[in-house]
Ligand binder design. Structure first.
Ligand code: SDX
Length: 428
């Protein structure tokens, strides 16, 4: 925009508001003084036109299908980096030299175990509890065990809590899976990689050694990278809002997990695979496309569309390529993958989807890979939460140290009854 301010005329009054520019992306109109000066609120349900904060972590250009983490394109990170390196990058702002990466990985590996009493929390759940219900409960309960890292004003405690959350999510998620299938929990083995450790805790059993398959380890690590962070999405905004009240980090991340569970958000990966399985065969795709376009039918193509991407989600591009590689290397043929690719082609050539700029998102292909690796669909969103904890923790730290941040407290457009007097029940 180039201007340094905009004028807002309301009735006979005119107000000037500063225009702020970032390093890239749309300028913002700083309306922090609007209500105090003009006695009006802005109205933006879903915050489609609202910037909630300044951030240096992740930049998305929805029209161009661009996703950068601290300036590095997601495709380059997925191809060349590791999840631990991306975690370091998001937390610290720069790619680490080998010595710093090794130290970070060592630190994280020293926090992978859970307090032994937390294992008893699992026994309070039904065996068929959804893993996300368990993740919400157990992560929130961490604040009952790690009091020495809940003082958010102490940078040292914030760092320890951050490392604990990143390190313990794989252990918590793997235990949720083991509990659901009635198998014993495995303790972490820290000589394994972050992702290898997770795979062993998930698929290993005490009765025999478990060899981490490098193909699966690499695919899983790439999937974690693709899910690490994504600007101010619903669950990240939930974590920031919870953190703005001074709540401890474990409670904030538990709130983020709860929000991510929704099928419009992180729950879409589970819903997308269930949808592809329900479609079952390419011949049935037209029936579902018609339903997705029918305004009277609440059905939507799960894994399609995005609040920000009005072009191809760059993560979906990498995910589709990884799905092809993993299925080929594992020698797995999954008819669902064929349905997914056929559905994508049909939808991308359908005027409805073209006009509404609906493309596959990160959740469309991830389920095909996770299913081929052996995860049940109920674990898909738990895996998303495991990876997104890195982003949530990085965003939470950024918010805490942002001098402009204060407790989040949106207002409203009130449309209810104006003041009226109480009527005794015998007079109603
Ligand atoms: C994630 O924000 C993030 O960054 C999230 C995420 C992250 O990494 O954190 O990227 C992860 O949540 C990805 C999105 C996963 N969700 C799904 O795949 C569920 C299916 N998608 C839709 O529910 C929807 O596309 C949303 C919720 C993702 C986005 O919805 P918006 O931006 O609020 O758009 P909208 O609902 O206003 O839809 C615009 C139009 C509507 O039609 P009209 O009312 O204008 O006539 O497009 C239609 C919608 O009906 N539409 C779809 C559709 N998505 C939108 N129609 C059919 N199928 C769909 N999937």
């Amino acid at each position: 925009m180039g201007d340094t301010s905009v004028k807002l005329a309301i009735g006979d009054n005119s107000f000037d508001y500063p225009v702020l520019s970032g390093s890239v992306g749309p300028d913002v109109i700083d309306i922090r003084k609007l209500y105090g000066q003009a006695d009006v609120f802005t109205y933006d349900p879903g915050f489609t036109s609202t910037a909630s904060c300044r951030s240096k972590l992740t930049y998305i250009d929805g029209d161009a299908g661009v996703l950068l983490h601290r300036g590095y394109p997601i495709g380059q990170l997925a191809e060349n980096s590791s999840f631990m390196e991306v975690a370091y990058l998001l937390l610290n702002g720069e790619l680490p030299v080998q010595q710093d990466l090794d130290k970070f990985i060592y630190t994280i590996s020293r926090h992978t175990m859970l307090h032994e009493q937390l294992a008893t929390f699992y026994r309070g759940f039904r065996r068929d509890a959804h893993p996300m219900a368990i993740m919400c409960g157990v992560v929130g309960a961490l604040s009952a065990f790690y009091h020495d890292s809940t003082d958010i004003d102490d940078p040292q405690q914030r760092m320890i809590a951050s490392h604990r959350l990143i390190a313990k999510m794989p252990t918590i998620a793997a235990m949720a899976y083991k509990y659901s299938i009635g198998q014993p929990f495995l303790y972490p083995k820290n000589e394994l990689s972050y992702t290898g450790n997770f795979l062993r805790m998930t698929f290993g059993v005490p009765a025999e050694p478990y060899e981490v398959d490098p193909v699966i380890e690499a695919a899983m690590d790439k999937i974690f990278i693709l899910h690490a962070d994504h600007e101010q999405n619903a669950s990240t905004s939930t974590v920031r809002l919870a953190g703005s009240s001074g709540a401890n980090p474990f409670a904030c991340i538990a709130a983020g997990i709860a929000c991510l569970w929704g099928p419009a958000h992180g729950g879409a990966n589970e819903a997308a695979l269930n949808m592809l399985r329900e479609i079952g065969h390419p011949d049935r795709i037209p029936e579902y496309i018609a339903r997705a376009k029918n305004k009277d039918d609440p059905f939507r193509l799960m894994g399609f569309g995005h609040r920000v991407y009005k072009n191809y989600d760059p993560r979906a591009t990498v995910m589709q390529k990884t799905a092809t590689e993993v299925l080929d290397k594992l020698g797995v043929t999954d008819p669902v993958f064929d349905v997914a690719r056929e559905l994508e082609q049909i939808a991308l050539n359908d005027p409805y989807f073209i006009e509404k700029k609906l493309y596959p998102n990160v959740d469309f292909y991830s389920g095909v890979i996770l299913s081929a690796i052996g995860f049940p669909t109920t674990m898909f969103t738990a895996l998303f939460a495991l990876a997104r904890t890195v982003g949530w923790v990085a965003q939470w730290n950024e918010m805490i140290s942002d001098p402009e941040q204060k407790i989040g407290r949106p207002r409203q457009l009130y449309t209810g009854p104006t003041q009226r007097d109480y009527i005794p029940v015998d007079k109603r």
